[in-house]
Write a protein that binds this ligand. Structure first.
Ligand SMILES: [Zn+2]
Length: 275
């Protein structure tokens, strides 16, 4: 697995974008990862109070809001692979909830919302399928479900899959109970939990990097920002349970007509690779 690390630069904007890592085609020919900052507003799915901010952000990212599919999240490890024209919300309800969406129709985009949980974007360059996953502590493992689902349903070879791990609450801030730390560490390895004094901290990123490597994913980009430390990002822990800002994570063609990165909407800043 080729691992690249990146950070969100200190530039003004309402969100960021990142091309998938690895041997992609010319710019503008592949879906990209996009996400909003807290300043763009609360992006809660299917909440009429958030509809105007969602639409404005999506149009700024070069997307038609009507073409963006979303999910009512349930902290599951269930990934949907809807076929053309299938209603993703009905499909999610019929399967008892879902937190990942993989599409093949590039006229559509997939979205989820996050505020401390990790957004994970995924692209299979073999089948062309793309999507986005919502991965918190309970949902860790949804990356494996997505890769296995792509193998089983689409014949994907993991080595042609590219993955982006987005900003999430980091081990600097994600204190949990000893019980939860024990459960997490037993499933995802000792490196996914750290201890400082009497306190335990989860490392969602480390768990997912190890998982991607074990699955044989070809290319991985990790955007190493902590949602609780970086005040531009929405965070349940930092902002509080009744006023946190859900960020929108979208995977789709930013605009199929854009020939070069310079033509990206100004409201989205590009992530920068770091050494
Ligand atoms: Zn932090």
């Amino acid at each position: 697995m080729r691992l690249t690390r990146a950070r969100i630069p200190e530039l003004p904007g309402e969100g960021f974008f990142a091309p998938f890592p690895g041997p992609g085609g010319p710019r503008g020919t592949e879906p990209v990862a996009m996400a909003s900052f807290a300043a763009a507003g609360d992006m809660r799915f299917a909440d009429p109070r958030c509809a105007a901010d969602r639409e404005r952000f999506l149009r700024g990212a070069g997307l038609d809001p009507a073409a963006v599919r979303g999910l009512e999240l349930s902290h599951s490890r269930n990934v949907l692979f809807p076929s053309a024209g299938e209603d993703t919300l009905a499909l999610a309800r019929a399967s008892g909830g879902a937190d990942g969406l993989v599409l093949r129709d590039r006229s559509l985009a997939a979205s989820i919302t996050v505020a401390d949980c990790m957004p994970i974007w995924i692209l299979d360059r073999g089948s062309g399928a793309f999507g986005v996953l919502h991965s918190g502590w309970r949902g860790t493992g949804i990356l494996e479900a997505a890769v296995r689902g792509m193998e089983g349903r689409l014949g994907s070879d993991p080595s042609s899959i590219a993955v982006i791990l987005g900003p999430a609450i980091g081990p600097c801030c994600y204190e949990v109970s000893a019980d939860r730390a024990e459960t997490y560490s037993s499933e995802f390895g000792a490196e996914s939990v750290s201890r400082r004094g009497l306190s335990f901290y989860l490392d969602l990123r480390s768990a997912n990097v190890s998982m991607a490597d074990r699955l044989g994913v070809g290319d991985l980009l990790s955007i190493d920002s902590c949602t609780s430390c970086d005040s531009r990002l929405g965070s349940f822990r930092r902002q509080g349970g009744d006023r946190f800002t859900r960020m929108l994570a979208v995977c789709g063609m930013a605009s199929v007509d854009l020939p070069a990165s310079e033509a990206r909407p100004a409201s989205l800043v590009p992530v920068e690779s770091s050494s």
